[in-house]
Write a protein that binds this ligand. Sequence first.
Ligand SMILES: [Zn+2]
Length: 282
Amino acid sequence: MKNSLALVLLATTFGFVLPGSSTGEKVAVLKPIPDKLVVLTFDDCNKSDRSFVAAELKKNGFGATFFVTEGLGFLQNKKHYVTWEEIAELDKMGFEIANHTRSHPNVAGLSADQVAAEIEHIEKRCSEYKIPKPTTFCYPGFSNSLTAVQVLAKMNYLFARRGVRPEYLDGGRGGRGPAYDPKSDHPLLVPTTGYAGPDWGMKDLHWAVAQAREGKIAVLCFHGVPALEHAWVNCDPEDFKKYLRYLKDEGCTVIAMRDLAEYVDPAKRPKDPYAPIKAIKK
Ligand SMILES: [Zn+2]
C-alpha cells in the first residue's frame, strides 16, 4: 500500500502515468526489465537522422532518442545538419526529441546558471516547434559534472546519458562502456554501453546486447549515419542496417531514453551521484 502510494506520487511528480486498471484509475506500474532491453540514441542533429535513420527505425518498429543541439555546425551547415522543421517531423513520427544543450559546451567547465541557460534554450526552441518539453539529456562530448547533475535534477530531467568513461578507456573513435544498472547507477549519469565509430562494430554490438541481462540495460549511441563532419564517430549506412537487423533478430526491446521511465523509477537515486562510478571504476 505504501509502495503504491509512492508510485502514484512519483507519477504525479514526473507526469508519467501508465494505464493501471480497468476502472480507469491511474496507477504507475513499472514493467519488469526484460533481457536485451536496448536504448537507442542519436546525438548532434546529423542530417541522416531524418534522411535515413528515422525510416530504418520505423521499418523495424524501434523507438529512439534524438539529442538536439544548436552547437557544432547546426546553425551554419544545413547540408549536414537537420532543420528544426525536420526535428519536429521526427517528433511527429513518435521519436523522442531530447536535450543536448544550446551550444554543445563542455558542461564540466560551466556554472549552474550557465548549464541551466544551455538547457532552457533547447526547451524554448522545442516549445516554438510544438515539440514536448524534453525529459532526458545527453552530456556534450560525454563530459559531466556534479553541478550539471544537480541542475538537471532541479529542472526535472529524468535520465541523462554520459559516455563510456571512466570505467572503460575511450580512444575517441567508438568503443565499449558499461551497461546501465538501474539498481546502482544514478539516472542522470546513465553510461553509454557502446558508441559507433571506426573502432566499434558488429562484435561490439553483440557484446553490448549480451550485457543487457539481469536488470541491466544496453544504451547505444550513434552520431551520423554517415557522420559527414565527424569521421571519428562515423557509422556506415550499410553497417547500420545490419546492426538494426541484429537487434531485431535477437528479439531486443528497442526504446527511446524517455521510455526507461516505464521500467525504472528515476526517483531512486544514490545520494552521491558519482558513488556507483567510483565503486566500479576499472
Ligand atoms: Zn554531441
